[in-house]
Ligand binder design. Sequence first.
Ligand SMILES: Cc1ncc(C[n+]2csc(CCOP(=O)(O)OP(=O)(O)O)c2C)c(N)n1
Ligand code: SF4
Ligand SMILES: [Mg+2]
Length: 345
Amino acid sequence: MATATPTPKVNHIGLPVLEYRGNKSTLCAGCGHNAISERIIDAMWEMGIPPERVMKMSGIGCSSKSPAYFMNRSHSFNSVHGRMPSVSTGAILGNHTMTTIGVSGDGDTASIGMGQFVHMMRRNLPMIYIIEDNGVYGLTKGQFSATADIGSKLKTGIINDLPAIDTCALAIQLGATFVGRSFSGDKKQLLSMLKAAISHKGTVMLDVISPCVTFNDHEGSTKSYKFMQENDEPINEIGFVASFEDIEVDYESGEVYDVEMHDGSNLHLRKLHEEYDPTDKANAVRTLMESAENDEILTGVFYINTEKPTFLDLLNVVDEPLSTLPESMTRPPKSALDALMANLQ
Ligand SMILES: Cc1ncc(C[n+]2csc(CCOP(=O)(O)OP(=O)(O)O)c2C)c(N)n1
Ligand code: SF4
Ligand SMILES: [Mg+2]
């Protein structure tokens, strides 16, 4: 007897999760980056974002290869090492109606790309910027990166004697408006964080600890699976209810920070750490600095600001994407150029 093929489950725009998948990964089996790609697929599918309305941006590195492994139907630009922020800035100004997600590495961001990263953070452009943070340059065979913790050890026994750059503290200080840290092995926290990130209007910077199983998953590493499983200390528990869901969340009053997102979704941050207030910028930076001194690996949403104008607001960009406007509207006529030149004579 023929059995009926089960109908695949669809999201609220009628697409099965298959429509959000990418190519088969060529990264090492067990690489944290693969788990992050899986969570991006889940988050975009659950949020019902049309894949063809997404721009995937990246630099160079194992991490920067990962946009090939999620959302094949989306637009993708694999740029030069450390240059994803400037290429993304141009792309977003060209069409700000797309959802933009950038994947970078700790090397791609905190070494060669640092100059570009800091300017992206201060502009508050609407995009999700993910650092897949393994503390090493995975693609070039495991040298320490600038996010490696002081005192951590390479497989060869070399000890890192420089302090780590905390990309979260930096992003908050510079002006990013949604900043968090997660761990590729924490499915629940990372998925909720990504869904909230998709709802945010402004720069989201997520530092996701993502163990490199080939070069940095041994005893003495602070970016290994074992170290993270033993030392991950969430600062808040993330609950996210999308605008199209109708879920009652039952918390004692005073236990939770409720944040209303731009698209009408709700982010509930249950306090786990001494009354931590994710809207207090100075306290967020201070907390991260203190946690580094105490060798704690804090995760969670450290900072959120839904009020700050984005770069698009500052530029007063028209609603219609610049890329769809006719040349007659985007290019001054010859007479305007002639008048300008005459003025210079
Ligand atoms: C201009 C330039 N300099 C150096 C390199 C060599 N290079 C390729 S990837 C990489 C580092 C990648 O590290 P990271 O961003 O942490 O990514 P991972 O591979 O660890 O995911 C370097 C130095 C390059 N491709 N281009
Ligand atoms: S070398 Fe490291 S970062 Fe690169 S794919 Fe392998 S495990 Fe991942
Ligand atoms: Mg790396």
